[in-house]
Ligand binder design. Structure first.
Ligand code: PMP
Length: 461
């Protein structure tokens, strides 16, 4: 039987990735096999095209190793912690090993706790229920790292024109009144810009506060090390690290999480229940009531293992080479790229832009309909930031990951140049959707009578 946590070796990484990284060159082909390799999508004008997925920041495709791992676990899948069966014991061991593996992947300290959550949003809401004091946060955040604090009446610091001035403003706020926590994004989901975590941790600690990092966009691209940076909490999502099976994690200091009310009340979170009351378990069990998402947790751990097995620096080199091409291409087609700070030194490969005279929704619809290119448009659940950047009507976001390749960027830039020079070849409605849209949805999407009915979200993202 293959152990669900069998170690992946660099042998699982394509040889050209190792070879080119060994030669000091950034490989521009996918760095690790994905479950969606060579997927095609239909085009409005007929025929099919290779799916160019430039929307990793929203949700990344599954790693093949993750899909394979779950396939090998499924025959013995069983409930964890409370079963006496062999399968239950195997799954319990795997689930707890996954916890350990995720903690190791992010450099957790020995006394940190790792709690499996549904995603980053869930992890940050859990943290918000546990902080024993004020929280300081910025207005550039994704709503997941903004609304939980706004709901508590915490203290918002507007970002300043430069990163240096923003750090100074954060420090001034912490110095003016004690706070328990400073929380920041590790990388902006709009611009990819990365604030300096070690510096922020030092600022927070200088004023008696802790630092929480929204790692949703950082963890897929950079090794985050809690011990090395001094960050106290990290939240991230499995689906953004190539493990889209409904689990995420909150890792960090144990004391607040042991003292907080159980995040969900129910089985598994308790030591003893009587008719009169409950003695709650410590974290992590305290905050994992109900049957946990075992497969999701194993998926996250497997993805962490694959990423950890990549040659040192290979992922950053791969993505920054592609980001360089993307920046140059977008400049060449006259796109206005959004940036928060001119002095942010590090960026992960998520780039948002607008093109004069072209609504973002139209650009995104055109790229998908006529070229099979998937991007995101809208306000990216960061309404205050989009407002600050003068993009209340939204922007287009292109994001890359370890499956991206040079051809993806080339296809995007070619399609944008064509749009600029010749306009679209199809017709689009007032809602910017292709009209008509003859692309059938796959049978599993339950398209009524095989037509391209689209389910719309009630909320503009
Ligand atoms: N923070 C950031 C920076 C994000 O980009 C996202 C997802 N777009 C989230 C938090 C929320 O992640 P999730 O939807 O997985 O909870």
């Amino acid at each position: 039987m293959t152990s669900p946590l069998a170690l992946l070796s660099p042998a699982d990484v394509p040889s050209q990735a190792l070879a080119s990284s060994a030669a000091g060159q950034a490989p521009l082909a996918p760095l690790a096999p994905l479950a969606n390799a060579d997927q095609v999508v239909p085009l409005v004008q007929g025929g099919f095209s290779r799916w160019v997925n430039l929307d990793y920041a929203a949700s990344a495709p599954a790693l093949r190793a993750v899909a394979d791992q779950l396939g090998s676990v499924l025959p013995l899948y069983a409930s964890v912690h409370r079963g006496a069966s062999y399968a239950s014991e195997a799954c319990t061991a795997a689930y707890e090993a996954a916890r350990y593996e995720v903690a190791a992947f992010v450099g957790a300290r020995d006394d940190d706790v790792t709690i499996f959550t549904r995603n980053t949003t869930d992890a940050l809401n859990l943290l918000a229920s546990a902080v024993p004091g004020d929280v300081v946060y910025l207005d550039i955040e994704h709503h997941a790292n903004l609304l939980p604090w706004q709901a508590r009446g915490d203290r918002l610091v507007p970002a300043r024109a430069t990163l240096a001035e923003t750090l100074a403003a954060v420090e001034a706020e912490l110095a003016s009144r004690p706070a328990a926590l400073l929380t920041v994004t590790g990388a902006s989901n709009v611009t990819g810009e990365c604030p300096p975590l070690a510096q922020l941790a030092a600022i927070a600690h200088r004023h008696g506060a802790r630092l929480a990092v929204d790692g949703a966009q950082l963890v897929p691209h950079r090794r985050v090390d809690l011990r090395a940076t001094g960050a106290d909490y990290l939240a991230f999502s499995g689906h953004k690290v190539y493990a889209p099976f409904g689990a995420g994690a909150l890792i960090g200091r144990r004391d607040w999480l042991d003292a907080a009310p159980a995040y969900l009340a129910g089985g598994g979170a308790v030591r003893e229940v009587t008719a009169d009351g409950t003695r709650w378990a410590d974290a992590p069990a305290r905050h994992e009531a109900g049957t946990p998402n075992v497969l999701g947790a194993l998926a996250v751990a497997t993805a962490c293992r694959v990423i950890a097995a990549l040659p040192a620096g290979a992922l950053a080199a791969h993505e920054s080479a592609l980001l360089g091409r993307l920046d140059a291409g977008l400049a060449a087609v006259g796109a206005r790229v959004l940036r928060i700070w001119p002095d942010a030194a590090d960026r992960v490969p998520a780039v948002s832009f607008t093109i004069d005279g072209l609504p973002a929704a139209r650009v995104a619809a055109y790229l998908s309909a006529e070229h099979g290119i998937g991007v995101r448009d809208g306000r990216f659940c960061a309404h205050p930031l989009l407002g600050r950047l003068g993009c209340g009507d939204g922007a287009v976001r292109v994001s890359l990951g370890l499956g991206s390749q040079a051809d993806d960027v080339g296809r995007l830039i070619g399609a944008l140049a064509q749009l600029r020079d010749e306009g679209p070849r199809w017709t689009y409605g007032a809602d910017h959707r292709p009209t008509p849209d003859p692309r059938p949805l796959p049978a599993w999407a339950n398209a009524p009578s095989g037509t391209a009915e689209r389910v719309t979200s009630p909320c503009e993202q």
